[in-house]
Ligand binder design. Structure first.
Ligand SMILES: Nc1ncnc2c1ncn2[C@@H]1O[C@H](COP(=O)(O)OP(=O)(O)OP(=O)(O)O)[C@@H](O)[C@H]1O
Ligand SMILES: [Mg+2]
Length: 266
């Protein structure tokens, strides 16, 4: 069998904030074209890990390789070039409410390419069509439902024809049907455009419907990596508990640390 091509490699990545170790030696490999899901409880370091992979945080130790580049060895200029090849659909990267849908989708094209406006307009139309929002370019985001806004975010994430798209909880806050639509879009876009997708989610239904492989994070470590089927069969009680969503088991949810909540009650 041919060796899969590795597009992301994390090698023993460690990161602490103050005296709290958030990533405690993360190692994993993500293959070209696959949909790789990172799951795990709130606060276990999923988003922090993604921020390392896209180069916006630097590990205290360990290495990240993104599309063949060792991120610890490249300068900002080279990093910008790598960033052109990735798309992001993050929890925080909401739409700009003061811009039309079309302008939201075309931000990257306008800022990072020299394409004519007429060409950009065509690309925007195509990307919106791919997410089922044909003809929506002149609307304002405020006129859209949550699911439609997510789809605009998806269109923006694929606007530059990326090799990899990162999604941080793409279905959070959506009803189950709309969440299913977004899941299907992620898989369809990956297949059609030959994109590697990295998806952070704790929605188990999403995990089992979209993942080629899954990594389960727990307290800054990778517990296990495997196909969804392998996860379902896992003997690890923590994975069993997570995949079944049971409050009883080795993971005690109410004891998980959450700085934000701790500050609120302090
Ligand atoms: N810049 C930072 N400074 C200090 N602490 C941070 C910082 N970023 C993240 N943390 C802490 O690291 C921990 C992990 O955060 P992270 O956002 O990676 O969790 P997560 O797995 O994505 O959780 P969720 O599922 O709730 O999004 C949290 O306790 C958070 O408070
Ligand atoms: Mg997160």
């Amino acid at each position: 069998m041919m060796e899969p091509e590795i597009v992301i490699k994390a090698d023993n990545v460690v990161k602490s904030f103050g005296d709290r170790t958030i990533l405690d030696g993360i190692s994993l490999e993500i293959y070209k074209g696959e949909t790789f899901v990172i799951m795990g409880g709130s606060g276990c370091g999923k988003s922090t890990f993604l921020r390392h992979v896209i180069g916006s945080l630097k590990p205290d130790s360990g290495k990240i390789f993104l599309l063949g580049k060792d991120l610890s060895k490249i300068d900002e200029n080279e990093m910008d070039k790598v960033r052109m090849k990735i798309g992001m659909c993050f929890q925080s990267s909401a739409l700009f409410d003061s811009m039309t849908v079309g302008d939201n989708v075309s931000i990257g094209l306008r800022e990072h390419t020299k394409l004519d406006k007429s060409v950009i307009d065509i690309v925007v139309k195509m990307k919106l069509e791919m997410v089922g929002l044909r003809g929506f370019e002149n609307l304002m985001p405020s006129a859209l439902s949550g699911g439609m806004r997510k789809r605009v975010g998806l269109a923006r994430a694929i606007s530059m024809d990326p090799e990899i798209v990162f999604y941080d909880e793409p279905t959070a806050g959506l009803d189950p049907i709309v969440a299913g639509v977004i899941d299907k879009l992620i898989v369809d876009l990956s297949k059609k455009l030959n994109i590697t997708s990295v998806v952070v989610t704790h929605d188990m239904k999403s995990v089992f419907s979209i993942a080629d492989r899954v990594a389960m994070f727990y307290e800054g470590k990778v517990l296990e990596i495997g196909t969804p089927e392998e996860m379902k069969r896992s003997k690890n009680p923590m994975i069993q508990q997570f995949t079944s969503g049971s409050p009883d088991g080795p993971i005690r949810f109410f004891q998980q640390k959450d700085d934000y909540l701790e500050r609120l009650v302090a």
